[in-house]
Write a new protein. Structure first.
Length: 251
């Protein structure tokens, strides 16, 4: 028998972006499961090139996953849902999914605080097909320095809910497990409907008024079969596949 295959794991105390580094590795032929972890990032990014604050004490991770061929656009939603479930089960964090990529703690009608974010880049693999590079940032422990004033009351940390201070390596394993679980479930036709049901149950904001990219305004109606968000406007029903969603009651 041959030697067991070693899956690369890179750790950096400081890195501009785990996502940028992981994409480079995948383009160079890195195998599924390759992960890049940083203790802090100088140029962390979320969707739509939004900046992701990355101080020490959080988990910043990007992992390469073979993209499910049948339902690729549902994968980021499925990953967010699976991660919300993992963090709830392991650390008692009461998380919901705010479409399309934020994990939030909902407190009452008007207070929603972000605890984690997901970013998925699709990257051609030299071996054929596409790989998903799933970047995840999780606010684990409260940073030593106060967050910027604009984030006051808008962010949450895993340590608020866990009985014991969460270890970064344990949170890392939750993220990787969620990524593989989401991808493997979507690759099994018999499991896809169950994934959709879990995503819909996790979705936050149904029935609330929201805008997308500052112009489309309506009521959040439902999550579609492939991860799109259905918005009901005054005279139409629109499927949104990408955009910056703002829920008006939270503004």
């Amino acid at each position: 028998m041959g030697e067991p295959r070693v899956i690369p794991r890179e750790y950096h105390d400081h890195l501009p972006s785990t996502q940028t580094r992981a994409v480079e590795l995948v383009r160079a032929g890195a195998p599924e499961g390759t992960r890049v972890v940083a203790g802090a990032q100088a140029a962390g990014r979320g969707r739509l090139d939004h900046r992701w604050d990355s101080p020490p004490g959080g988990l910043y991770l990007s992992v390469a996953i073979r993209l499910p061929p049948a339902h690729p656009t549902l994968f980021p939603i499925a990953l967010g849902t699976a991660l919300a479930e993992e963090l709830r089960d392991r650390f008692s964090a009461p998380l919901r999914l705010k479409w399309p990529n934020d994990l939030v703690v909902v407190e009452g009608r008007h207070v929603v605080r972000k605890l984690a974010g997901v970013l998925v880049d699709r990257v051609p693999s030299p071996g054929g097909g596409e790989m998903a590079v799933a970047g995840v940032g999780v606010n684990v422990g409260v940073p030593s320095e106060s967050p910027p004033p604009e984030l006051a009351g808008r962010v949450a940390w895993l340590s608020e809910f866990a009985a014991q201070p969460p270890k970064l390596r344990d949170v890392e394993e939750c993220v990787v497990a969620a990524a593989f679980e989401a991808a493997h479930s979507l690759a099994r036709p018999e499991a896809v409907e169950a994934v959709r049901a879990r995503c819909r149950a996790s979705l936050f904001g149904v029935g609330r008024t929201a805008t997308v990219d500052g112009h489309l305004r309506g009521t959040i109606h439902a999550l579609g079969d492939e991860g799109e968000l259905w918005i009901v406007t005054d005279d139409d029903r629109v499927a949104v596949t990408a955009g910056d969603l703002k829920i008006e009651e939270l503004s």
